[in-house]
Design a protein around this ligand. Structure first.
Ligand code: TLP
Length: 351
């Protein structure tokens, strides 16, 4: 099967740079970024700081490194971080909060990856030498395992008030912050102002091949710079990849609404199919989770059959499949995916 026949919905991380993006990367001016000499990286960092309304930003290789350098810069070993039980920093960053920062996690429940200010209030540890100290709250927006769900400004503001009352810091895992911005019409700085640090990714829906950033005060970003080096993320002529990120910010934010429309279209169609369940209203941005009915096989077996017919999705639990829309999936390809899913599920007898 050729690349163009495949509808790859496994993640928005799979996008390939467009010809114009590649050209911008080829043309990039570069220097040694560990010395602060790369003009393209510097331009990207200034642009991200401005977009997020922060004093400074730093380019890092990945979303995981963005989150983990921000965590390391704002905690001490023995501290406790408050986060959702479904958060990316807990499930998918290889245990880094404990491995790299020596922190434990206090995990909160809540539908679609969202918790409330009163959940946070109840989780904060008293000032007593027996307890780990709560120092940092992490919000993920949009929320990956929550189904690309978007946090409201009101709920974030309420959590900020609790954080201020107890002198806690707040970090935003904004790997897909731009999806939240496009879904709600809130500018990036409108979310970022509630947080001490914000991470954001260029290599997800924005379609750049590599890279993320952390933004915050100049003092915090200086600490992040040190931990980026310590964690092995100091890059040299990184302008080549920063140019892809700059291109992505300048050209690929507004089009995220197409991805959201495509995810909704897929969810609405799948909701009508036998063997799959999804509430289309739960699809707020570019991520959709489908539950596979027990009598329709496992997520693994369904994904295998879809894959053989050119539709790639991710089994994320025994009965759960994830589909993510992005720059490299057109509306026509979504229609093709719907046809494949319909044919496979309609013709399922023995699974
Ligand atoms: N998420 C990836 C996988 O790791 C699951 C994906 O395919 O969705 N924060 C959030 C909310 C993320 O979804 C991801 C990537 C990251 C951070 C980490 O980014 P990278 O992969 O660049 O380290």
């Amino acid at each position: 099967m050729t690349d163009t026949n495949i509808v790859d919905l496994r993640s928005d991380t799979v996008t390939k740079p467009t010809p114009d993006m590649r050209q911008a990367m080829a043309d990039a001016q570069v220097g040694d970024d560990v010395f602060g000499d790369d003009p393209t990286v510097n331009r990207l960092q200034e642009k991200v700081a401005e977009l997020l309304g922060k004093e400074a930003a730093i380019f890092v290789p990945s979303g995981s490194m963005a989150n983990q350098t921000a965590i390391r810069a704002q905690t001490q070993p023995g501290d406790e971080i408050i986060a959702h039980a479904d958060s990316h920093i807990y499930h998918y960053e290889a245990g880094a909060p404990s491995g790299l920062s020596g922190c434990s996690l206090r995990l909160l429940p809540g539908p679609q990856g969202r918790y409330t200010a009163s959940d946070v209030e109840a989780a904060i540890r008293p000032l007593d030498s027996h307890f780990p100290q709560s120092t940092l709250i992490v919000v993920e927006n949009t929320h990956n395992r929550g189904g690309g769900s978007v946090w409201s400004i009101d709920s974030i503001a309420a959590i900020r008030a609790v954080a201020d009352a107890h002198n806690l810091k707040m970090h935003l895992d904004g790997a897909r912050l731009m999806n939240a911005c496009i879904a709600t019409g809130t500018p990036p700085a409108g979310y970022a102002k509630y947080f001490d640090t914000v991470s954001t990714c260029f290599s997800k829906g924005l379609g750049a091949p590599v890279g993320s950033a952390v933004a915050g005060t100049a003092a915090t970003i200086r600490r992040v710079h040190r931990f980026r080096k310590m964690f092995g993320g100091g890059m040299r002529q990184a302008g080549i990849i920063a140019a892809g990120a700059l291109y992505a910010i300048e050209n690929h934010i507004d089009r995220l609404s197409d991805d959201h429309d495509n995810a909704k279209r897929l969810a609405l169609a799948a909701a009508e199919m036998p063997g799959l369940s999804i509430d289309p209203d739960s699809v707020e941005t570019n991520i959709a989770y489908f539950d596979v009915d027990e009598n329709a096989g496992t997520a693994q077996s369904r994904c295998q059959t879809f894959r053989e017919k050119g539709v790639w999705m991710l089994p994320v639990a025994p009965q759960r499949i994830r589909a993510v829309t992005h720059l490299d999936v057109s509306r026509d390809q979504i229609e093709r995916a719907i046809t494949v899913l319909g044919n496979v599920l309609g013709s399922q007898s023995a699974v």
